[in-house]
Design a binder for this molecule. Sequence first.
Ligand code: PMP
Ligand code: GLN
Length: 383
Amino acid sequence: LLSSDGVVAPTIFAEMSALAASTGAINLGQGYPDEDGPAEVLEAARQAIADGANQYPPGRGIPRLREAVADHQRRFYGVHLDPEREVIITAGATEALAATVLALVDSPDDEVVVFEPYYDAYAALVALAGARLVPVPLEWPLFQPDLDRLESAVTDRTRLIIVNDPHNPTGAVFDADVRERIVALAERHDAIVVTDEVYEHLRFGTPHVPIATLPAAQERTLTISSAGKTFSVTGWKIGWLSGPEPLVTAVLAVKQFLTYVNGSPFQPAVAAGLRLPDAFFTGIADEMRRKRDLLGSGLRLAGFDVGVPSGSYFTVADAAPLGVTDAVAFCRALPERTGVVAIPLTAFVSPEHRGRYATMVRFAACKRPGVLRRAGAALAGLR
Ligand code: PMP
Ligand code: GLN
């Protein structure tokens, strides 16, 4: 995690956001929204502070939020959870992932299967746990895994299969047969499925299907989500994890020494958010789909080959038609050339597989329509 000269290497998100700040460019790199989320949720946090929710909350999270998470999983997915024993609140999805990997992976022979490109924290956490990362490639333009490759990646050494659906950075949503195969392989090799569903409500087609709803999955699946994306509060860092009690207890044992507890005034506010009417949740998906379309048409007019994401904040565009051979150099120069920041897809890829994604760029669509239009107009200068 340190660069060769011994300093902490900034994450790609920090590097690119700093570039956006120093050049004044439009930041389509780091995925965070440029508008506030629902007023009720923001007001609930202000009220909680006024009401004195300012000291340590319980380690598992406040009961009101754990109940809201359980009710949310039942309301949207028909999953029944005991909020006392099968749900914990974490410092964002990131802490849930960190505590899970540290709790369940304990030997250098343990393997963790991920789908590549992957959210950068997965590889860092597996490295911190001292285990081996086994990436299964997702290929342009649909970004679904090849089932035979998946099958050979999962072995008796596999402790975890980390799934991210909808997927960052590609915007893919896994096909039903992929989900089924993941569960079948986890069962065959006695592995645990860890599913990162932070974009669960940003789906542009069919409704979200959590892996935990598949037959045989519930007993070996830990489901992770967070408030950041759904309520546009990425800085609040309130996440949650649910699953079978023995696994949740193991994760809690680690979580209590990572952050102990977190975000007391934000917890009741997120509980209020999870209880918002259905129209809120369908509304954010519709809005994000319009943003995806606006960004996609700008990128197409600029000359990129553009994937069509089924969910999440992100769109992947191939810059090869613009004569680009190295998306890292292209993204470093892009703010000066066009006033737009984006992230090379290789930032989400292990070093030995970077060639496969060398010309691809991730753009974030979670910005106001006027910003996306300005970015499209600026990128048109690339032609
Ligand atoms: N997983 C994925 C796939 C993400 O894109 C992000 C970024 N927000 C996270 C986890 C981290 O979520 P949080 O901010 O809730 O820790
Ligand atoms: N999830 C966001 C992204 O992928 C932000 C991640 C971060 O800043 N660590 O851009």
